[in-house]
Design a protein around this ligand. Structure first.
Ligand code: CO
Length: 132
């Protein structure tokens, strides 16, 4: 079971501008920034107090984030829950009847093992499990 909310993912149109905005408006600190060619996105991890926000922008219109932006525009993209053991968390999610997007963990942009749960299993919210 999750130990808490690990971060909130937000889809944005302009990553540089959004980082500046979160810095100015909320005092957020940039802790990590990375590009994933395979996912077609660039993401920035920002720290606000003890919590994290992940800003993501699409590198291509046909990427998952690009399609999300085309359909829904910028905004809340996913909620990530921290888990101690991702393999156990996936087994528990499966046992609870959740529809998994990732049957097996993969490596996220922060180097941690992650897996996504389908939004239709979680009240319409794309849900990430992250081993932390
Ligand atoms: Co995330």
């Amino acid at each position: 079971m999750p130990t808490g909310i690990h971060h909130i993912g937000v889809a944005v149109a302009d990553l540089d501008e959004s980082i500046r905005h979160y810095r100015n408006a909320l005092g957020a600190q940039l802790v990590h920034r990375a590009v994933s060619d395979s996912e077609g996105l660039e993401a920035a991890l920002l720290r606000i107090g003890t919590d994290e926000i992940e800003l993501m922008s699409a590198l291509r219109d046909d990427s998952p984030v690009g399609k999300f932006m085309a359909k829904r525009g910028p905004g809340l993209h996913h909620v990530a829950y921290g888990v101690k053991d991702i393999d156990l968390a996936l087994a528990e999610a499966r046992a609870a009847g959740l529809e998994l997007i990732d049957a097996k963990p993969r490596i996220g942009l922060n180097g941690r093992r992650i897996a996504f749960v389908h939004p239709k299993s979680m009240g319409g919210v794309l849900t990430e499990l992250v081993e932390a």
